[in-house]
Ligand binder design. Structure first.
Ligand SMILES: Nc1ncnc2c1ncn2[C@@H]1O[C@H](COP(=O)(O)OP(=O)(O)OP(=O)(O)O)[C@@H](O)[C@H]1O
Length: 609
């Protein structure tokens, strides 16, 4: 055993996997999805399937009798009726648009209280999914996409109602709202739920087509809607009056996120667009548009609108691919059941700091709820980017754990990651490297731990009215057995035994701690998180035994741990993680990654190779 004394914890899952819902809720959810599917079949649509979901709703596709592909959007039943009613506003805005980049509006129907928005299906898959598969997208792809988004911005600005100019704001431009058909190279902009008519022109002037309009408009209040808090700009976040600038921000965030393989805009301080191998002019425009300084931001936005067609004309041949190495190692294992990964993390408190100047407009919003739930409200941008990068890791079929320890001038990372789909190796490497680079940019000292596990294997025990756990046979904690090389076995390893976790909520029975210390004598990796709720107890876990000769003992200890967990009556979350080595990697702190551009003269460079 190592010389440290105490052990600790993990908490708060990011996104609910269906496997983590209670049996009752999971059943209700599945039933609801089935009802939606059945309703659509009754309406005469074939091949009905769910194709997407967001904070606001679920989206199904189906085909009509002519074989045309339709999309049906349902709002989540768990949202307040007032929020759900916005689907009708979305339908109205979509019906106002006639543009080849936007799926055509078909109808808005109501079945009892459930509204259904019906529209054409955009071909392809959304760019968030595409980015998760491919990792960082090439400078050629980003440049071509920037040109397409440039025409989206112009179309929105030039939108007319009758004869009069009435610019529209989409309000939620981000990778998952851009559907991309890679074969036809066709882009579509979906999800018009945040869209409004612009109140201002982006230079502080009100927009009104005539003087009557100007008088009848509410000039005092913003009509802006919240977009995704990971992608919108400061003005939209602060609920200022709507303007075409909102969508410039969405475009810049999208290009940045896709070029860097992140799921948000916040990493820009540490990993600027100027470090991503993009052409210098485009990189500088993106960084300018993401600036905290409004005049730089607006200037860069104007530049983008004026110059993007020219920038896209540059000759950009493919350069030889460099094989990118992962900054921390990960392993690969194929399994019959792809894990449904969920991440739990601990010790977020030290990442918080006042993010001054943000006045929040409307808390009764599904997006904002997320903002609070994920504790982003009082964090700096780099800290937000760090947490978003951890969430992105959990979008991959991966189990394992990570610990980041920021000390004086160094960052120490311990890790154990197992990826369950080798085709995602490149994209996952990009995701891991972003997490490391952003972590290198964090200046606070502290410790952050996260654990990625397969929600399918979570053990759930319901409580009865008296609070006692109900089960006939105590479920078993499962594990895998692996034979690892002798050299790996000799390296030191440990549970986290580094002082009490400030975010700890649940005190575990002594027997559990004893079991965990006993496990520590056996070579393995793994994690266990106990989440004790008033109506049930959940045990999330993954274990890999690395010394097959100890299997009997290992199994006996795990089942003993489970037996003591079943005696827990307190509520809260607590857990332990064991990583294979101590201080796997050591990194310098780097506040900003160095410039790296696509070569000015690629021909010359290629001829030298
Ligand atoms: N017309 C369409 N054609 C093809 N796919 C679509 C279409 N509309 C939506 N989708 C898919 O469904 C997903 C969710 O849809 P949408 O973004 O409208 O839902 P939402 O709940 O409003 O999401 P958000 O959390 O972004 O607000 C999209 O990311 C996209 O993949």
């Amino acid at each position: 055993m190592t010389d440290n004394k105490t052990i600790h914890n993990f908490y708060i899952n990011e996104e609910q996997s269906i496997y983590l819902l209670s049996h009752h809720d999971a059943k209700k959810h599945k039933q609801w999805l089935k009802i939606c599917q059945k309703q659509l079949s009754l309406l005469g649509y074939d091949h009905v399937e769910m194709i997407g979901s967001g904070a606001f709703g679920f989206v199904f596709s189906g085909s009509d009798h002519k074989g045309e592909q339709w999309v049906f959007k349902f709002s989540r039943i768990t949202l307040a009726q007032a929020v759900r009613d916005r689907l009708e506003d979305e339908a109205y805005m979509l019906s106002q648009i006639d543009n080849p980049l936007v799926p055509r509006f078909y109808a808005f129907e109501r079945i009892k209280k459930q509204g259904i928005l019906m529209m054409a299906r955009a071909p392809g898959e959304d760019l968030e999914k595409f980015s998760l598969k491919h990792g960082r997208l090439s400078p050629q792809f980003i440049t071509a996409l920037a040109l397409k988004l440039h025409s989206v911005l112009l179309d929105l600005r030039n939108h007319k109602v009758g004869m009069s100019l009435s610019p529209m704001v989409h309000g939620d431009i981000k990778p998952s709202n851009l559907v991309w058909d890679d074969q036809q190279r066709q882009l579509s902009l979906v999800d018009w739920g945040s869209s409004v008519y612009a109140q201002e022109d982006g230079h502080g002037n009100p927009i009104a087509s005539n003087i009557m309009d100007l008088m009848s408009h509410d000039l005092q209040h913003s009509n802006a809607r919240m977009g995704d808090v990971y992608f919108i700009g400061d003005e939209q976040m602060a609920g200022l009056k709507s303007s075409p600038r909102f969508d410039e921000q969405g475009v810049a965030s999208t290009l940045y996120a896709l070029a860097s393989a992140q799921s948000c805009r916040f990493g820009n301080v540490v990993i600027p667009a100027a470090s991503l191998g993009l052409p210098q002019e485009l990189a500088n425009v993106i960084d300018g548009m993401l600036s905290k300084d409004k005049s730089i931001r607006d200037g860069a936005g104007d530049y983008f609108l004026r110059n993007m067609p020219n920038m896209a004309k540059a000759y950009m041949p493919q350069l030889p691919q460099v094989d990118i190495k992962s900054a921390v190692p990960f392993w690969h294992a194929e399994s019959a059941n792809r894990p449904d990964t969920v991440v739990y993390s601990s010790r977020k408190s030290f990442l918080r700091q006042a993010d001054a100047g943000l006045v929040l407009k409307d808390v009764n919003d599904a997006q904002l709820e997320r903002y609070y739930r994920e504790f982003l409200i009082d964090m700096g941008d780099t800290e937000k980017a760090f947490l978003a990068s951890i969430s992105r890791l959990a979008k991959y079929p991966v189990v394992g754990g990570l610990s980041f320890h920021w000390k004086e001038e160094q960052l120490f990372i311990e890790s154990s990651l197992i990826l369950h789909d080798i085709t995602l190796k490149k994209a996952f490497t990009d995701a891991v490297n972003n997490t490391v680079k952003i972590a290198q940019g964090i200046v606070q000292k502290g410790l952050f731990k996260c654990c990625l596990f397969d929600a399918r294997t979570t053990i759930q025990l319901p409580r009865n009215k008296q609070g006692q756990l109900e089960f006939e046979v105590l479920p078993k904690i499962h594990y895998q057995v692996m034979n690892v090389t002798a050299t790996e076995l000799t390296r030191p390893h440990s549970y986290f035994e580094d002082g009490k976790d400030p975010d700890e909520q649940l005190t575990l029975p002594k027997e559990v701690l004893k079991g965990v210390f006993a496990l520590n004598q056996i070579h393995h990796t793994g994690c266990i998180i106990v989440e004790s709720l008033p109506d049930r107890l959940k045990v999330h876990h993954y274990y890999r035994l690395l010394d097959p000769s100890k299997e009997q003992l290992f199994n006996a200890i795990l089942q003993k741990i489970m037996a003591s967990i079943a005696t827990i009556t307190d509520y809260g979350v607590a857990g332990f993680m064991k990583l294979p080595y101590k201080n796997t990697r050591q990194f310098d702190l780097i506040s900003k990654q160095a410039d790296h551009f696509y070569p000015r003269n690629p021909k010359q460079l290629l001829s030298q190779l």
